[in-house]
Design a protein around this ligand. Sequence first.
Ligand SMILES: Nc1ncnc2c1ncn2[C@@H]1O[C@H](COP(=O)(O)OP(=O)(O)O)[C@@H](O)[C@H]1O
Ligand SMILES: [Mg+2]
Length: 408
Amino acid sequence: MRTIAVINQKGGCGKTTVSINLASSLAVRGKRTLLVDMDPQSHSAVGLAVPEEQIELAIYDSLLSASRKEKIDLSEILWQISDNFELAPSNIDLAAFEQQMAGVVGRENCLRDVLATVSDDYDYCIIDCPPSVGLLTFNAIKSSQDVIVPVETGYFSLHGLSKQLETLTVLSNQCEQPINVMVLASMYDVRTKMSREVLAELRKHFGSKMFQTVINFNTKLKEAASLGQPITEYEPSSKGSRDFLSLADELISTDTLTHRKEMVSSLSRQLEAIGNNARGILGDISLNRQQQSQEKTKEEVSERILDKVEEKIERYYGVRQQGNIVSFTALYPNARKVQIAGDFNHWQPENTIMEKISNDGAWQIKLNLAPGKYRYRLVVDGKWQQDPYNEDVEMNPYGDYNSLLTVG
Ligand SMILES: Nc1ncnc2c1ncn2[C@@H]1O[C@H](COP(=O)(O)OP(=O)(O)O)[C@@H](O)[C@H]1O
Ligand SMILES: [Mg+2]
């Protein structure tokens, strides 16, 4: 069983959404999947229409059963959600866990011991964590081989991130097992400059520690949760559903990862880099604040500083036209192959391969295009996607976005 904890101290960044929908997508792919809710707010149960008032036994009871000498098997608390998909729900009792276990030896290994009893029954276990780094989250980390950190692609989430990841790294280093920590961009909205800028920063700093898959902002995900269904059931053809199936596939493709130790140590170096960067930007903000005669909101001030960064990004990435020559430039530090497909090449990317033009992972291609309006998508290691640096998009019949380009 491969156990994956979904962690971020920040509330509302998409942990529960990722946990529920990743678990259901793994189940759709035929993987026997267990979702464990370690948040006393029991949002996983709410999001899967498990009636809270009918949860008599929850993960809290299993966690405590060893220290109380009254056995409650995990199987006694499980709810079947769909084929291959079961939920170990939480309830408010879990809020008392940390206090109750104070001073108890081995209190950080309760979840690991419970999960060990079912390790042959599942292929994957996903753990939805509370928005804090306390004993509950530490239990989750001690049980896991992987940690997913969902990061909202907004400016302020980038800031808190370096601190949080430092804490996570400290915790991971206290575990006997190597843990692979991966950042997942969530709530991405290609049409806002802010999202595109933050995604570029994340890619630059986290490199291979980031999933290629990006979870787009999709209102269907909200609707699905409010109706108590995973997106794969509520709207299997939606963008949200496709994003999560793609995330599941990306994870499945690393089932036999052999270099976890090395990945953990390289994370510390990357954290240092992003920490420095965040401090630099924050410094700029406070400097600017002092210069303001009028009180400005945080957002306004940071927008202006970001404008400078955006200018730089706009200069480098996206679509540029000089006469009939159109250059497409995009940043994909981890990609092995980036191609372009559009109506100008009959959507056949085979012969339009972008060239890697810098060590930090910028890819470019120049095409001679007659005046007209074109639609295109980028193909990154075989995955079709919209150009993240072009905000001119239209929905295609498959529910994805095509990028648009007008050659004048
Ligand atoms: N990709 C997304 N697109 C649209 N809404 C989202 C997305 N991810 C999360 N949300 C919504 O944002 C809110 C917070 O998400 P949630 O998963 O509960 O975060 P957390 O568990 O980290 O507190 C919820 O209302 C959820 O439906
Ligand atoms: Mg949650």
